[in-house]
Design a protein around this ligand. Sequence first.
Ligand SMILES: [Zn+2]
Length: 512
Amino acid sequence: MIKSPSKYPANYKSIPALGRVSTGFGLKRPVLWAFLLILQIFTFAAAQGSDVEITLDVVAKKAAVTGSYTRNEVQAAKSNISFALGVAGVEGLGERIGDVRAFDADGAELLLRRLVAGEYLAPRPPVRWSYEIDLRPPANRLASPHVSWLGTSGGLLMLGDLLPFEGRRERSARVKIVLPKGWLAISTYGTGPDGTMIIADVSRAVVAIVRETERPIEYRSRRGTKYEMLITGEWQFTRADAEEMLGEIAEEYEKLFDRGPAEKVLVNLLPFPDGGGVGEWAAETRGQTVTIVSGDTPFKTQSSQRLHEQLRHELFHLWLPNGVKLTGNYDWFYEGAALYHSLKTGARLGRISFTNFLETLSQAATIEARMPAGSQIVSLGGRPSGNATGVYARGILTAFALDLAMQDASRGKRSMDVFLKRLYVENRERESEGNATILRMLGEAPETTLIAERHIKGSERLELGKLALPAGILWDGRRFALSEKPTGRQRAILRDLGYNSERRRPRYQNEK
Ligand SMILES: [Zn+2]
């Protein structure tokens, strides 16, 4: 069954409201009403959107999908139907697709040629299509926050790998998900009267599939963002714990960036599809949706600490990189900053001890030391060298070094906090290259210029013995440790890093 796009009225979300207006003001304002309707039809014709219907079979873990491409794009004469073939290290995604059929504008079926699994070529531009997709969970459980799958207690639809929009510029769609009785689809998208979601870019869309009985935790921040957190499965932390953490971290980051990340945010926390994976977790923040797939921890205290750590890291990404229009590969920076700032936030909120804070940085230094000499975290115009773990380890240390250098040189006026806020505010709307923008900003002060030249653009190793001295933190060749008697100036920086905060919240102290 192929759905016709014309079944939907123009910008149909507004139609019921207009209908009510027309009965209320029918006689007084008929002209205005008609005019509005014409405008809406015009808008609809100009941007003929895609319509998609996804029918899920939760038991068999598969979906039947029907839909259409926008008419504009068809005129651009694209004759292929392409799916994402790999996402975040998961290859062979096209193998899940079967029974692909396509039709032209007149409804005639097109004979498709399969180029590879997930890539099809039609003799004429296809307008409508249908297929089936196998949604069994990925073999590697750590891939589960990155791809679509259905498990026994629900799953995830990552529309980027579920719909054939690969390589297409126009990726907006009206998506209807048809579920068996007893199941719900939850996302950040507004829905029309029949439950259809209006999605501006399917490649950033995530939909959680849960049982009808699941109720998300809701948190409305002071700056007005509506956060929903969906917790599937059994965990050792309580819902009250989770709610407190969500609110605490959201407010902390909204204060840092002076803005909520979006109108609506969805946080999905779910167990691995096949259960298990104690101690392991993987996550992705795509668009305005955070997805954490995790095993539990052996002990209750670890369980809440870990959730706090997961939320600190992933919620940060709602602002950086997801809230800015920076382009290119600058993950060394936003991952380094997410690791560093979430660590600092953990210490500031008293959720981790300062000893933990230093231990994590010491571990990063150990990992970083294994990077081959000459490795760079950024090479302009090319790919970063070194493996991701090494790059992120150097990323967090670089963020630490920048923070301390800035605070030391400016007596606290400049800091990583101030830098992150500025980067966010200045690039929310402006499209520019990420690395160039960050390096330009670092070039504005002598202390950061030096670090950028030698350790970011250059491949010189950070001098661990020196970088933490502004905070009175020493490197003994193996780990960072606090000096016996920090000076007043060092103490001011230590306070910014969250030193002593744990005393205010002893129950979360994490000394081993
Ligand atoms: Zn991250």
